[in-house]
Ligand binder design. Structure first.
Ligand code: SAM
Length: 258
């Protein structure tokens, strides 16, 4: 079953993926998984609103819908031996065929395969993906997907194997959710105040460094005071203080970014 993450409000807007306000086509995102329910979380918060407003068209597909046996089998033992199971190529081939048949974007869709052995996913990659028309996430489970699926897909998609970090998850769904959230908050209109995207960790304004610590009211909480410079009204001094904190934190935690 395909889960289209639309609400009653969205159904009232054109299903062609046109954003009623700007006339700009919505970014389309498809996720293929044996647990498509994971993607229901995208209906929450700002991404849910962006879906409602027609900026995003998000669909989750159950890989088992593309099997033909009684047990809806998606895995088999690995050639060459070893522990665990490998995802069979046939259901993946059929699932990707169905998305290609339904793709009307001008450019090749991007196929993102979350994998611990992929290239590290970064803010820079997210910014690039935010400019694409159509992203497809292929969420592996077990020991991963038969590699011929990726070899075949390279003729039809812009294929990217991307890792969320140097650790191993049980499946690609959580990685895909993290990547989707990172990408779509950079799509114009998804975040109400675009300025909040400018002053962030890894951004140009922090010179790619980590963000400085932030504070809000009250000025004193449990005997702890907000740094005085932030109350001074001297914008130059505030900027200098923030830049200095950014450098300190980055030097301590991520010297590779300096
Ligand atoms: N056998 C694989 C290995 O050692 O590289 C691990 C497979 S893992 C148990 C199952 C699936 O989880 C992977 O196919 C991938 O989709 C996803 N996954 C696990 N860790 C990930 C990570 N760090 N980044 C992105 N996806 C990950």
């Amino acid at each position: 079953m395909m889960r289209r993450l639309t609400t009653a409000a969205t159904k009232a807007t054109p299903v062609s993926g046109e954003d009623a306000g700007t006339g700009k086509a919505a970014m389309r995102i498809d996720a293929i998984s044996i647990f498509p329910q994971y993607f229901d979380a995208l209906q929450l918060s700002l991404i849910g609103k962006a879906i409602e407003h027609g900026l995003l068209d998000v669909r989750a597909h159950d890989l088992r819908e593309f099997t033909h046996d009684r047990h809806r089998t998606v895995d088999d033992t690995p050639y060459g031996g070893g522990a665990g199971m490998v995802m069979k190529p046939e259901p993946w081939g059929e699932a990707l065929d169905s998305l290609l048949a339904d793709d009307d974007s001008a450019r090749r869709p991007v196929l993102i395969v979350p994998s611990p052995s992929g290239h590290p996913f970064t803010q820079e990659i997210a910014a690039d993906l935010a400019g694409k028309d159509h992203l497809v996430f292929a969420c592996g489970r077990y020991e991963g997907i038969d590699h011929r699926v990726l070899d075949w897909a390279a003729d039809h998609f812009d294929v990217r194997e991307l890792s969320l970090g140097d650790y191993v998850l049980n499946g690609g769904e959580v990685a895909a959710l993290a990547m989707i959230e990172t990408v779509v908050r950079l799509v114009p209109g998804v975040i109400g105040n675009p300025q909040s995207l400018v002053e962030e960790s890894y951004s140009v304004s922090t010179e790619g460094m980590l963000e400085y610590p932030v504070y809000t009211k009250p000025a004193v909480w449990r005997d702890l005071e907000v740094p005085g410079v932030l109350l001074s009204g001297d914008h130059g001094a505030v900027d200098d203080w923030r830049a200095e904190r950014s450098r300190e934190i980055t030097a301590e935690r991520r010297p590779d970014l300096l």
